[in-house]
Design a protein around this ligand. Structure first.
Ligand code: HEM
Length: 141
């Protein structure tokens, strides 16, 4: 690691959030990607959008190649002090520009009931049609 294991606070890392001074946090490590901004095949905007937070999920979501991962050590300047990373920011997964937004989760309480209702409603209608048909038959007999 180029940074010799230096530990930075989250507050320190987030100060470097400009095109000419851009640091990222990926898997607990701090990367100074300033010299890489123009070369990054995904563009500099996505890197800028990943400053000031934990960019691990964004980086992983892209499915970077092994050769991309091999480039990383040269930009690594140290580690982030995990205790200083705000929990909600550490878990934040913002969709990267050009990437698909995460699908809404259907397994939440409300979602399950909606699915059950969607399945049950047509069955209920068929059952009612049969009942009506039988009722009409018995009336005419
Ligand atoms: C040190 C950090 C990073 C390095 C060295 C890096 C390197 C690369 C490389 C080499 C590629 C070309 C494709 C590949 O080989 O996988 C790439 C593509 C890309 N990267 Fe990064 N990247 C970094 C961080 C990030 C971050 C934080 C994001 C945020 C979302 C990002 C978003 C993208 C996107 C959107 C592409 C284009 C993918 C495509 O066109 O299919 N990268 N990156």
């Amino acid at each position: 690691m180029a940074g010799g294991g230096k530990v930075y606070s989250f507050q320190e890392v987030r100060k470097h959030s400009q095109r000419k001074d851009c640091w990222l946090i990926i898997s607990g490590k701090v990367y100074d990607v300033t010299p890489f901004m123009e070369e990054h095949p995904g563009g500099d905007e996505v890197l800028l959008a990943c400053t000031g937070k934990d960019a691990t999920a964004d980086f992983e979501d892209i499915g970077h190649s092994d050769s991309a991962k091999e480039l990383m050590p040269q930009y690594c300047i140290g580690e982030v002090d995990a205790a200083t990373v705000p929990a909600k920011l550490a878990r934040a997964v913002l969709p990267a520009k050009g990437a698909a937004a995460p699908a809404p989760r259907a397994s939440t309480g409300q979602g399950v009931w909606l699915t059950v209702l969607q399945l049950a409603l047509p069955l209920l209608l068929v059952a009612m049609a049969f009942a009506l048909q039988n009722f009409a038959k018995t009336k005419t007999e």
